[in-house]
Write a protein that binds this ligand. Sequence first.
Ligand code: LLP
Length: 430
Amino acid sequence: MVKRKLCEPLENRKGSLYFDGFSVEELAQRYDTPLYVLSEKRIRENYNRLYDVIVSKYKDLRIYYACKANSNITVLKVLQAEGAYLDAVSPGEVFLALSSGFVPDHILFTGTSVRNDELKFLVDAGITVNIDSQSELERLLKIAVPPTISIRVNPEIGDGHHDHCITAGPQVKFGLCEEDVLKAYAVAKKARVERFGIHMHIGSGILNIDSYVQAVKKLLAIAKRVHDELDITFDFIDLGGGLGVPYHPDDDVFDLPNFVSRIVSLFKAKVKEYKLGKPFLCIEPGRYLVCDASILLTAVNTVKITPHRNFIGVDSGFNTLIRPAMYGSYHHILIANKLNSQNEVTFDIVGPLCESGDILAKDRELPQIVEGDILAILNAGAYGFSMSSQYNSRPRAAEIMIRQGKPVLVREREQFQDLLTRQQVTQQGE
Ligand code: LLP
């Protein structure tokens, strides 16, 4: 018998998988598949673990939830109730945040390639903009002089789990490099902007924090120059998100005490040494807060043994979870009712889309799988639903959340009718 070690909110009850107290097979039966299942409790735990450990070292702390990871408004409301702030990258995310009870003051907009009408929308809504280019700053100041401005710095050191997710460094489109940062603050100050922040986000899925430490050093050195040369003090210094989570059973867990002892201590020491006053320390985690708080349930449609490979065809493809196809990401997969069974066969888990790259997992050693089995794809809470699509005209999945001991539908499954939304039918010749 093979007993796999499961972490909360997962549980092995006599070989059957439970999530936050509920049998996943029963959830799949009741709500159908593909189904994202979220745990409110786990989201709250993740937030509080992070908050408590940092605030014990530095009390002026703000955690901005990077809602691109999962923008379901119930998730937003849960984090808002915990006291989170919010990082938005589009006016749509700002709209969702305002709809979920975040006040404008608690939202920071960090967009790139931003349109003028979007800047106007942000200024009118009273949202602080984190500037990504000289052009954006000039265009913003023509619309209005906001009370606060923050500049996104490219510290020229990046990191991340995949090239697409490294968001700083010489080849990357984001942020301003040192000399341009100084010029931008000078322009903002001259325009009579009164309050300032400074920001970086070097990438996503970071487990080894060496480069993060180097980037924080660089950011704070730039903050010192801005302070010394332009007499600007910062209300906040935002170190971005990027905190990694383990996806593979052999991955290290994110070492939170190490993060705090290296990054928060460095922050405190440099703020003091550089006489930067009492800025808020801000971070912007997305993945860390929601990733392990959700699984994706998918049903087995087909077992196909070929002379070359063994394929398990399920009802979720890269329309439902794109990370494996897009980044080659590993997501651990469990068979809901076979947690105590021996691994016997090597399978590829593939979706229903008409593309050969529609693969959720390759070369997985798993117990025997039969049609009708329910598979649980772990760590699906971050960049799962939020990156899903209707490709191949497949309506999007439903989402449920376990809230106060009960499953609650938080997003209905899309129907065929949703595939027609906003399509216009015109007669020939019209
Ligand atoms: N702040 C900014 C400005 C960001 O661009 C991001 C993520 C975050 C914070 C949050 O990063 P996190 O803590 O979640 O790593 N789709 C990819 C991840 C792309 C992240 C983009 N920016 C994935 O599925 O791995």
